[in-house]
Write a protein that binds this ligand. Structure first.
Ligand code: 6PG
Length: 261
């Protein structure tokens, strides 16, 4: 079990949410200690809803505080659509979470894609990469950006971000953000963080819930087979943590860790 991904399993999403909250807050505190801000990237899918359940809950102690004004939020992947489109990951995060912050909350800094260049996914990716370059102090000084935390989902085919099984994008070693025009999950035109950026983060957390995930979870944790989620596990080791409900890992033999943060 040394240097392997942590698998934390909970009976229900309601039981998972407080643990996810503790984990995110501990990553927040580590980020603040390191550089005074918390740089986090999030996926779309079901993640924003679970995240909202975790982060909008009432604090249970003085240290149980989400310091929203210190958060810099990026998108681990985004669809090439307007921000108010039903397919927008930004739009999803906004409706599920950002719009629900209490009115007196000092807001986080959020970095959406530049929708003026939606017609050109390469330009869209390049401009989003420049957003990272500005935030992470320049490409000349850092080989790869180091996010404090990536919060990711896992698709039923083992994809994460918009990195799909067998896709040539898995071999991208230079760009920080890459375009994709043929995403098997609609919509087809997207931008995504690349695998080196994902696996360079201080911490990576996956949230996967529901019985629909159990077949792919078996493949990821028992075989791997080069699936994007398995590649993240292999490259991140114990920096990677999975927050799942029991239904998602039914029949998966990989050992669960007790969650005791
Ligand atoms: O934009 C996207 O499509 C998402 O970022 C994608 O990577 C998502 O996280 C997974 O497909 C899991 O989705 P679910 O949580 O809905 O299964």
């Amino acid at each position: 079990m040394a240097n392997q991904a942590n698998l934390y399993s909970f009976p229900t999403v309601d039981a998972l949410a407080p643990a996810l909250r503790r984990y995110v807050i501990s990553c927040q505190e580590a980020g603040l200690a390191r550089h005074g801000v918390f740089k986090v990237a999030v996926s779309g899918g079901s993640l924003p809803k679970t995240l909202a359940q975790a982060l909008l809950a009432e604090p249970t102690s003085p240290t149980d505080t989400v310091k929203w004004d210190k958060w810099e939020i990026f998108f681990a992947d985004e669809r090439a659509v307007p921000l108010d489109d039903a397919d927008s990951n930004y739009g999803l995060l906004k409706t599920e979470l950002l719009d629900k912050l209490p009115v007196d909350t000092a807001p986080p800094t959020v970095h959406p894609i530049n929708t003026e260049v939606l017609g050109d996914t390469q330009e869209l990716a390049d401009q989003y990469e420049q957003t990272l370059v500005r935030s992470f102090a320049g490409r000349d000084s850092v080989r790869l950006p180091i996010f404090d935390l990536l919060l990711l989902g896992c698709g039923p085919d083992g994809h994460t971000c918009s990195l799909f099984p067998g896709h040539e994008l898995l071999r991208e070693n230079d760009a920080w953000v890459a375009p994709i025009e043929d995403s098997p999950k609609p919509p087809p035109r997207r931008v995504t963080l690349t695998l080196p950026v994902v696996t360079h983060a201080v911490r990576v957390a996956f949230v996967a819930t529901g019985g629909g995930k159990k077949e792919i979870m078996k493949e990821i944790f028992e075989g791997g087979k080069g699936l994007p989620c398995a590649l993240v596990n292999e490259r991140c080791g114990e920096r990677c943590s999975w927050f799942v409900d029991n239904a998602a890992v039914e029949g998966v033999s990989y050992p669960r860790r007790p969650f005791n943060l």
